[in-house]
Design a protein around this ligand. Sequence first.
Ligand SMILES: Cc1cc2nc3c(=O)[nH]c(=O)nc-3n(C[C@H](O)[C@H](O)[C@H](O)COP(=O)(O)O)c2cc1C
Ligand code: SF4
Ligand code: SF4
Length: 253
Amino acid sequence: MNTTIFYFSGTGNSLFVAKNIASRMEVCTVHSIASSVPTEQIGGKDEKIGFVFPSYYGNLPRIVRRFISELNIHPDTSLFGVVTMGAPMGMGNGCAVALEQALADKGLKLRYCNGITMPRNYILKYNPLSANDAKKYNRRANKRIESIVGEILADKSMIHKSSISSDYLYKNIEALDHDFFVDERCTGCGICEKICPVSNIKIVSNRPEWKHRCEHCVACISWCPEAAIQYGEKTKKRRRYHNTDINISELLR
Ligand SMILES: Cc1cc2nc3c(=O)[nH]c(=O)nc-3n(C[C@H](O)[C@H](O)[C@H](O)COP(=O)(O)O)c2cc1C
Ligand code: SF4
Ligand code: SF4
């Protein structure tokens, strides 16, 4: 059976999970949600399509919702979701309900959705884990992915439901990136512009400028090789996290 996985990832956790799921399936292709939306109809009776993405306030990242709204999926396709999240329980689980609704809006039925706890990456709100502590999560995730893939392959029907979610990132979009700035360490290398999944950064006179359609994916601040990007004063003393099994080149646009 053919499987297609669409993933969205800011700091690499969801790409790590998507690749890992794909490696355990017979025929599986992995596509970035940040690249173009397929124009032709996809899926069919003997096909599976999966969505792998991070929980943002227990909700779908806006870019994932947009992508799904533009997809043309055959209604007989078996659909699954795998959400990566920082908390073992809690807001992350609201994603299943949000994904189910986004697909239902297209006349599609979600068959399976589960979650995997990965390192918390939201540096704008707290200090992320050290690389050493974070590595343990990848090892643990391998086991969990094995069991999730077993359930997907067995065509299990299961959705972990919770209604706890927030639409914070769907409001005041213009203001979400006002607190980003660069300090004197910026070399003008342009990596932040290339890693932003929604082209929200433009290099002007060798410095990044944020264009006010930010997803809060934290890719720019987390992958800047000089740790030159700050968000207000709080991030100056915080670690930069990105998944240690993912290379930056896999996320550059
Ligand atoms: C804007 C934002 C909101 C988040 N909200 C939640 C949340 O509500 N619940 C949760 O468990 N983790 C939350 N997290 C943590 C991420 O979901 C988690 O670290 C995820 O694995 C990151 O995936 P990525 O590396 O593929 O970007 C949030 C992270 C960000 C950046
Ligand atoms: S990635 Fe960092 S160093 Fe490079 S241009 Fe952006 S802010 Fe400057
Ligand atoms: S500006 Fe930074 S945080 Fe906002 S979407 Fe782009 S990479 Fe993500």
